[in-house]
Design a protein around this ligand. Structure first.
Ligand code: HEC
Ligand code: HEC
Length: 373
């Protein structure tokens, strides 16, 4: 065993490494909670920034962080593993070895693609963020982005598992004290100490600061470009005063985009026997409201809910939303008692939990979660 010691990882390099670890896992855990979607996306922006930084750092950073110091030759990679098996106390290279070079390269690019599919998914599925313009005709492709996004996350997690195992083998079997390298910056290897230049430190700190600000901006500032929804509040009173007036008397107004054409036509045809109530609407009123509902039905909306309800109810003539599998499925985690408590009263009282429901807004960020506990 040798006693060489080389300073290889700069403070900023180590800081970025750990920031990436923490932000990646926090992003991962927030993905399990619908109500944390905004936080998930904001953290994703930070992870994305840290990954991009690694690419630039490889061009301008200190010696061992540079792409030119990475080893991508396959024969070197093979030799690395042969030596690892044959010589327990081999000398290690100060920078990236062939295995960690490939690892870093792959994790950066897979991570970047994973973030990008996430941003696109947020645009297509929710109609939110910079890619909200993609929430148009090809909404049906959304599940592909979702599958790719999730698949890549698990590829990353498996890779991280191998990375940690590799470091532990170095630490305890080869006794290279590898764990401490990412803490102190020193590696037990023969090489020249790095001396980060002022402008490197300046650029690196400035960049990290900017992405921290972007995270704060997207999470704390309402309606910013990374989060903003393309769906604005709809004032039905202005757009169709009769619909608003006649249909919000006994229950909250139900946005037309939540049912397909045929369901609305059926509902309006049966208006004299609407859940045992006679709406007593005159013919011209029925026609005009029906036309408005049909013109703005689920077929003409790119919202997630419209798409899913349409899939289920198309041509079925059914119009009780609360009886669709989609509705039951999205609400299955809410305890039954909640629908009977004083504030909610019954499950058709959508506004109790969906603030701005009567303005056509159904997004996750508009749900009043305190009502559900
Ligand atoms: C006289 C009272 C009354 C009026 C006015 C009224 N409804 Fe209803 N509506 C009901 C009742 C009662 C139900 C059964 C569900 C409930 O308890 O809210 C219902 C349910 C619905 C549902 C199914 C909701 C669900 O739970 O899935 C839709 C859709 C609906 N109404 C649309 C309309 C439309 C459109 C108008 C205007 C043309 C309208 N309603 C006017 C009484 C009314
Ligand atoms: C007791 C509170 C409550 C009531 C009442 C309620 N919802 Fe919800 N709704 C929720 C919660 C919570 C979610 C989010 C569930 C999740 O995604 O895990 C949700 C999700 C949804 C979604 C999916 C939105 C999305 O983008 O994922 C739709 C659509 C929806 N509700 C429609 C309705 C309609 C229509 C009504 C009235 C007939 C209604 N809800 C009544 C609490 C409620």
């Amino acid at each position: 065993m040798n006693n060489y010691k080389t300073y290889v990882w700069s403070f900023l390099g180590r800081l970025s490494h750990w920031l990436l670890v923490v932000s990646f896992f926090t992003t991962y855990f927030t993905s399990f909670y619908e109500e944390l979607l905004t936080l998930h996306v904001s953290l994703g922006i930070f992870v994305f920034g840290m990954l991009l930084k690694k690419i630039v750092w490889g061009l301008i950073g200190p010696r061992y962080a540079r792409w030119s110091d990475y080893k991508f030759s396959l024969s070197e990679l093979k030799f690395y593993f042969v030596e690892k098996v044959e010589n327990r106390y081999r000398e290690i290279h100060p920078g990236h070895n062939p295995a960690s070079s490939w690892f870093a390269f792959l994790i950066i690019w897979i991570g970047i693609i994973c973030c990008l599919t996430g941003f696109v998914l947020y645009g297509i599925q929710e109609g939110n963020g910079i890619f909200s313009f993609m929430n148009r005709n090809f909404y049906s492709l959304m599940h592909i982005y979702e599958d790719v996004h999730i698949l890549l996350v698990y590829v990353l997690i498996v890779m991280i598992f191998f990375h940690i195992s590799g470091v532990l083998v170095e630490q305890f079997y080869h006794k290279t004290n590898m764990v401490m390298a990412m803490v102190t910056g020193y590696k037990k290897a023969k090489g020249t100490d790095i001396k980060p230049r002022f402008w490197m430190i300046f650029w690196g700190s400035f960049y990290t600061f900017i992405f921290s600000l972007l995270f704060i901006y997207s999470y704390y500032i309402p309606n910013n470009i990374f989060i903003e929804s393309k769906f604005e509040k709809i004032d039905y009173k202005v757009l169709h005063k009769d619909f608003q007036f006649e249909c919000s008397d006994c229950h909250n107004l139900i946005p037309p985009h939540l049912l397909p054409k045929t369901s609305w036509i059926k509902l309006m045809n049966e208006q004299s026997d609407h859940y045992d109530e006679d709406l007593e609407l005159e013919k011209n009123l029925v026609d005009s409201i029906e036309k408005y509902l049909v013109d703005n039905s689920a077929e003409n909306s790119t919202r997630e809910a419209s798409f899913k309800i349409l899939n289920e109810l198309e041509n079925s003539n059914r119009f009780t939303i609360t009886e669709t599998n989609y509705w039951k499925d999205t609400h299955k985690n809410i305890p039954k008692e909640v629908f009977k408590n004083d504030e909610v009263e019954n499950k058709s009282n959508c506004v109790a939990c969906h603030k701005d429901f009567e303005k056509g807004i159904l997004s996750d960020s508009n749900i009043i979660y305190s009502k559900i506990k």
